[in-house]
Design a protein around this ligand. Structure first.
Ligand code: PSU
Ligand code: MN
Length: 308
């Protein structure tokens, strides 16, 4: 396993001494943000996590190894390569081929878990796509949330998804959905989907209490699922409702006209939303990513007992 998993010296030292660590994914760098911005935002997330007193562990695949903690030069290398978008099914093939890969929520969760990292910050998770009854398109992120006991801090699920069915699926899989300062699941670019979460937590301490109990129950039964902490986009960065509704409708009809398939659906939709909102969606994405990185760092501190 050690030949497949390479933990950076900084992350390894942090884990060995019980310092708080926050995992970060890289699909958002290579596929989720415009090319020019990916690395810049990734480095911004890392420095925000450091400022809060935690150690960032950005995950990516290079030279046939899953890397937990990569340097900025390696991030550049990943971003300038045509990195494969790696989920659970193509993780082994990409490693075997020695090709570069960026990790989705699903792949980052399994690798974070293998490295012993319990907190992970992302933008939005994948879930059940609209029309999944026809296409069967359900993200492996849900499978990973059901299998690996990692807390994922997100701003909800991707805007284009079928949110009610995504939440139903999380419920079926026994994944607690917590709302940080909210009773309802956030809708990525918008603060409120109108759909209830399992529990509202108004402080990091409350989040940590629920997470500890969930993990303890899981240990007793030999298996804990992941936990989803949903953190609404800050009010000042929320996309105006009309712009959001129009962009979403435009994007979904574009998908009907030019059906994208499989792993290409998400990048296609994000690019369309960006165009339909004249770049506003990217600004929202950046704002919610930084907001999530900060909350994840505070949570990692709380869970390791090192208060701010
Ligand atoms: N949501 C976004 N931007 C993204 C993603 C989600 O707004 O870049 C990425 C995440 O890495 C997530 C993945 O895990 O897309 C889900 O892709 P799929 O639906 O193909 O499983
Ligand atoms: Mn999919």
């Amino acid at each position: 396993m050690n030949s497949l998993l390479a933990v950076s010296p900084e992350v390894e030292a942090a884990l060995a001494t019980g310092l708080p660590v926050v995992a970060l994914e890289t699909t958002v760098v290579t596929h989720g943000l415009p090319h020019s911005l990916g690395v810049e935002v990734a480095l911004e997330l890392e420095s925000l996590i450091r400022e809060r007193g935690a150690v960032p562990a950005t995950v990516g695949i290079l030279d046939g190894r899953a890397r937990i903690g990569i340097s900025s030069a390696e991030l550049e290398r990943l971003a300038s390569s045509s990195a494969a978008k790696v989920n659970l099914g193509n993780l082994a093939p990409v490693l075997a081929a020695g090709e570069p890969g960026s990790t989705t929520v699903a792949a980052t969760m399994v690798l974070a878990h293998l490295a012993g990292i319990g907190v992970f910050a992302t933008g939005g998770i994948g879930g059940v796509h609209r029309g999944a009854e026809r296409t069967g398109d359900v993200s492996a992120d849900l499978t990973a949330l059901a299998r690996f006991p990692v807390t994922v801090v997100c701003a909800g699920a991707k805007a284009v998804l079928d949110l009610p069915r995504t939440l139903e699926s999380l419920e079926t899989r026994g994944v607690p959905v917590l709302g940080y300062t909210t009773d309802t699941f956030p809708a990525f670019y918008r603060r409120d989907s109108g759909l209830p979460v399992d529990a509202r937590c108004d402080t990091v301490l409350e989040l940590a209490r629920v997470i500890r109990i969930h993990l303890a129950l899981g240990r007793q039964t030999g298996r804990a699922t992941g936990i989803l902490v949903s953190n609404p986009i800050p009010p000042e960065s929320e996309m105006p409702e009309e712009l959001y509704e129009n962009a979403l409708a435009e994007t979904l009809s574009a998908l009907e006209r030019e059906p994208a398939r499989g792993r290409f659906v998400t990048p296609f939709l994000l690019d369309r939303i960006n165009r339909a909102t004249h770049g506003r969606s990217v600004a929202c994405n950046r704002a919610l990513l930084t907001n999530n990185a900060e909350l994840a760092a505070r949570l990692a501190l709380e869970l390791t007992g090192e208060r701010e």
